[in-house]
Design a protein around this ligand. Sequence first.
Ligand code: HEM
Ligand code: NAG
Ligand code: NAG
Length: 601
Amino acid sequence: MHMRLQSVLLVATAVFWTTIEGYRNGQVSVACESMVPRHNVLASEHTSPYTITADKSKFSPEDQITVNITASAPAATFFQGFLIEARDARNLDSAAVGSFTLVNSAISQLLTCGTIKGSAVSHTNDAELPEIQVIWNAPKDSPPSIQFLATVVQHFNTFWVKIPGPVALQNGVTPVPTQPTTSSTRPETTTPPILPNSVSSEGCGSSKSCLWDPAGCNPATDYNCFFLSFAAEGQGQGQGVVFELSGPAEGYVSFALSLDKWMGNDDVYLCVREGERVLIDAAYVAGRTRPEVSETKLSDKAWRLADGVIQCRFRREVHIPQDPRRFNLDQSYYLFLAHGRAEFGLMGRHDRQPLISTNMKVIAGTPENMSGSRSLLLLKFHGAFMLIAWMTAASTGIIIARYFKPSWPDRTIFGQKVWFQVHRALMTLAVLLTSIGFILPFIYRGKWSNRAGVHPYLGCTVMALAVIQPIMAMFRPHPDSPRRYIFNWMHRGAGTSAVIIAVAAMFLGVGQQTLLLPKVLSTVGLVGFVVWGTVAWLVLELHKRGLFKIGKHSPGDDDVILSGSSPSNCQGPMFKYMVLAVFITGNVVFLIVLLHSINSV
Ligand code: HEM
Ligand SMILES: *[C@@H]1O[C@H](CO)[C@@H](O)[C@H](O)[C@H]1NC(C)=O
Ligand SMILES: *[C@@H]1O[C@H](CO)[C@@H](O)[C@H](O)[C@H]1NC(C)=O
């Protein structure tokens, strides 16, 4: 209610700019109203380093006011985009009023906001400007006060929306009280107070509910403690819940309320570090996307930054009927606890699999110590079993059957040929591991998961082929039977298809969002396995066709072991054994890399 804000508020609207290619030219009329460049990025809440000045604070109809946007060094020396409007100061959400005249048409252009031609000005390209000057023409029917508003984009995702500029009053009009600060005016100008004491686990289970990792840790004393607590407060209408969040993180700590264990459709609360302060916001996650920050009112905000630990506290009403995206806190939800990096106000994906509460919990309910887990143990075993089965057991079993039938001719294991016993053992192991591994994600999810993409379909095909193989093998005709070739082809065909589809399933499997494996490790492991296996297969295939023949030794594959086969004699079985040994060694190394990556999340 300051006197200076009375009367005609001249609203110069925000600058709009975006990294989306089509907006580089400043043709941003779509943003006339909101003045928000990109909805999925947080506006910067540092104090804006730009100043908007006007050469007059009073005007008469059809007067001209010169308005400047200037970067104030050292905080900023330039900006790349802007959008400026004048609005009725009593209602900053109203349409732009008056029209502009350009001072420099190379770097600025007129836009038509609403029905008025030239009622906003924007940039023409993404050149770096230290300042911009425009002239505003007061309309005949001006509101009693106007305010200039500007959105300024510094660089990429760093921008300030609706920076309040000077207010100008119409001469001879009685000043009226201005509208209280509108909710849409970001950035917030008030910084929440600093938390006097560290968030702590005192009172957990008795006066507040706590979710923590590791269980029972105290954020006041343990550096590596991710912690969320919440406690209902007040009664009836004004009932609210006080949340406390703490954890070592580079960019943000956050929690989400969710009706399921999926990310998506969640009510999210963020404590984002920006320089030496923490911004506390409510957001909504529609899918596997960045949170969209909402304008929801959170009260009693406070934060603390120390040694890389971000802490924050705020209060939320149990019911927020104005914002349907805010969940009611008197119902039960799973709680997610996540943290990660943030850059330019742009939140990165969480660093680790979020901690997910084991059970659902009524947020405004009785205090409780909650347990949670990041390790989706069932899915980890699923991945590990499938990798052991298809990467190592099945691929080795197939290579043995294809290239090592003639080997070890003099030896048997339990009355059967060596290659056959080894092949059968490895394939049985693969089928067993596949069968157990197959049911684990269904137990985890409790149903068919329609968010896992093609992976489950490939997985089911592999499972089907894996079941058919041993059944076919049981009913195979005798080796001398004239119909034996049919079995041979079917068995080979199904086996080869199964491995190829399994490899595809593994590639899609390691990319599943539910089990966020470190990308580099899992890619190295899988690509390495494929390259390694392909090379081994090629070498053995060429060898079988006699392409490595050196000298005149030539009895072929089915040869007996030559006691003195020299290293240069690639035709000898020694060479094949070496290839097999090298293949298995490399394969196991890549398997270990992948198992390690599963173990690390
Ligand atoms: C040939 C090998 C594989 C087969 C046959 C297979 C099969 C399946 C099937 C049938 C499902 C669907 C479950 C459902 O709909 O609820 C599934 C889910 C899943 N698989 Fe695999 N899988 C294989 C390899 C892998 C690997 C190597 C990984 C990771 C290391 C992996 C990770 C996952 C994950 C995380 C899910 C759960 C998706 C979700 O519901 O969020 N899979 N798999
Ligand atoms: C705007 O910038 C111009 C050019 O730098 C300067 O001459 C003028 O005084 C500035 N006006 C205001 C109102 O700051
Ligand atoms: C909850 O955990 C805290 C801290 O570890 C402990 O002091 C308290 O006794 C626990 N309360 C219940 C009800 O288990």
